[in-house]
Structure formats: C-alpha cells, structure tokens
Write a protein that binds this ligand. Structure first.
Ligand SMILES: NC(=O)c1ccc[n+]([C@@H]2O[C@H](COP(=O)([O-])OP(=O)(O)OC[C@H]3O[C@@H](n4cnc5c(N)ncnc54)[C@H](OP(=O)(O)O)[C@@H]3O)[C@@H](O)[C@H]2O)c1
Length: 293
C-alpha cells in the first residue's frame, strides 16, 4: 500500500493519480476541512481515504497501518486555517509522520522538499531541512526529492505571471537561470525513485529539461502569444526589505522563496535522467498549453 500525505494538493493529487492509473493501491490522507471536490476526485480515482491530520499523531498511526511506501508532499504554506502553521505542520507534523512511519516499519519514505539556498534561512526551508534530517536519522529507508521551481506555480497568475492578460513579474534582475520543472514530472520522478532500490537513502534533485532566465521565459510566451507583455520587476533590495521586515513566518517564507527564485537555480538533469528516464516538460510546451487555454 502507498500512502500519500498531501493527497488533496497539486503534487500529491498527481502522485495519487499516477499510482492509481498504474493499478497500484493508494491511500490518501484527507482532512475533515479538505476541499470536498478534491476529496471526491480522489475517490473517483479509486484512492482509499484515510481521515487525519499531520498534527494528530494517532490519525497518522492509523493511516500508516499496512503501508510500504509513504509519499509526503504536505505543507501549510497556502493554508488559511488558524493554527495550521509551518511550525505545527511542516516541522512538528512531518516529524509525527516520520515517527508513525517508523513504527509501521514502512519500506520507503519519499519526502518532497525543495532546493533552497545556503545564503540565508527562512521558516519553510528550516522546517524542510529539519524533516530531512529527522528522516535520515529515523532508520527508515528514505528518498528526499529536492525539486526546483514549479512552472505551473511560479509562471502562473497567483504569482503575477498572467499570460492571458499579457502580464509578467520577475524577481531580482530576471537574468538568472532557473530549472523550471512541471509538477507532473516531479510526480513521475518521485514514483520512479520510490520504486528504485538505487534511490534508497539518497537526495534526488529534480529540475526541468532546460535552465532559462525569467526574461527568456517571457520572450517564449511573447512569441507564442504574438504580443509584448507588461513586465513588473521586484528588485532584490525590495525583496530583502520584505524578508527583513516580515511580520509572520509566512511573509518571511514568501520573501525568501522569491529571493531564492530571483537568484536562480540551475540543475543538470542528465545524470538523473540516465537513472530515471522520465520525459521532462519544457517551458515552451507549457507556454503552448497555457496559451491554448
Ligand atoms: N511550488 C513550488 O515551486 C515547489 C517547488 C519545490 C517543492 N515544492 C514542494 O512540493 C510540495 C507540494 O506542493 P503542492 O503545490 O502540491 O502543495 P499544495 O497544493 O499547497 O498542497 C498542500 C497539501 O498539504 C496538505 N496539508 C496542509 N495542512 C495539513 C495538515 N495539517 N495535515 C495534513 N495535510 C495538510 C493540504 O491538505 P488540505 O487540502 O486538507 O489543506 C494539501 O493536500 C510542497 O511540500 C512544496 O514545498 C514546491
């Protein structure tokens, strides 16, 4: 049995879908407060539902029963819910899950993290690193996926990239290269790694097929759309100011993430693709898909 914690989220939902379509047994952790449409979509896929919460260890013990592989994609970064904080979920909650998985003697724990930066720390990054350390010390065979920037999130309207309205936003100079990756491909690689003995006790970095600057990306979209975009730039100093003056761990995390993205993140995927042959989506393909509506 595979357990996906974060099943109602973007990446966790994709992992559930791929596992179910491959005929593999999947259990998804859902919360009483989860979006009912997302829960219904999981049921339609044939995913077994386990109701629980990373803040409730007993619910995790029950969800882990009979599980061989745990995938944890969960995060509170977008949560609007009182008390569902980065500290309670991404730090303490993930630690609870590691403990439940250890007691259930799972054979692999795949933890989804991100690349992060060594230049400075921020709450989400600190929590991710703490979880990865805890997992490595737990005795459970583990795989940590360190993913680069999801194109569907960072090249999407929620973060000011709005091709339908000819608008784009760049962080810092917009001239640093980034290995934009599709979350679909992160899901494929996470499953391939979970099923590979060779990926046991390893960190796997996951990026897209080609590192491109923000300006390269905007040119691709402009060519495809046949129009110039209005580009808003958030300078590095402004982002540093946001980080220094942040009034909450979430604000500090968003400023930290924008700085991380603005300063660039390149990954050479060739060695990883030799081991796990997944076809990676390019920004060009993504642009075509988005502009086609
Ligand atoms: N966006 C990027 O560019 C990027 C890059 C690299 C790595 N990542 C990582 O990829 C992972 C997946 O991202 P995503 O976009 O799929 O996230 P998402 O769509 O925001 O999903 C978050 C999931 O976490 C669950 N969750 C929140 N609080 C919980 C709690 N207390 N107990 C149990 N589950 C809880 C949510 O459940 P409910 O539906 O019940 O709220 C939801 O299923 C994250 O860990 C993120 O850090 C993202």
């Amino acid at each position: 049995m595979n357990l996906v914690v974060g099943a109602t989220g973007t990446l966790g939902g994709e992992i559930c879908s791929r596992l179910a379509q491959a005929g593999k047994p999947v259990r998804g952790l859902v919360r009483t407060s989860s979006n009912p449409e997302r829960v219904a979509a999981l049921e339609k896929l044939g995913v077994e539902l386990a109701t629980g919460d990373l803040r409730d260890p007993a619910s995790l013990d029950a969800a882990c029963r009979g599980v061989t592989t745990v995938y944890s994609t969960a995060t509170a970064i977008l949560s609007q819910e009182e008390g569902n904080t980065l500290d309670r979920v991404d730090r303490e909650g993930q630690a609870n899950l590691v403990e439940s998985a250890r007691k259930a003697k799972v054979r692999r724990f795949v933890f989804i993290s991100f690349r992060g930066t060594k230049d400075f720390d921020f709450p989400l990054q600190a929590a991710k690193r703490a979880t990865a350390e805890r997992l490595k010390e737990s005795g459970i065979p583990w795989t940590v996926i360190e993913a680069s920037v999801f194109m569907e999130v960072w090249l999407g309207p929620h973060l000011g990239f709005d091709p339908a309205n000819g608008k784009a936003r760049v962080f810092c100079s917009g001239e640093k290269k980034i290995s934009w990756v599709s979350y679909h491909d992160v899901a494929a690689l996470a499953i391939a790694a979970a099923e590979s003995p060779e990926a046991e006790n390893r960190v796997i970095e996951v990026g897209g097929p080609e590192a491109l600057t923000h300006h390269d990306v905007i040119r691709i979209f402009e060519e495809r759309a046949g129009r110039k975009f209005d580009v808003e730039r958030l300078p590095e100093e402004a982002l540093e100011g946001m980080r220094a003056n942040a009034k909450s761990p979430i604000e500090e995390t968003f400023a930290g993430l924008m700085l991380f993205v603005g300063r660039g993140d390149e990954i050479d995927m060739q060695p990883i693709l030799k081991r796990y042959p997944v076809r990676l989506t390019s920004v060009r393909e993504y642009a075509e898909r988005v502009l086609a509506g």
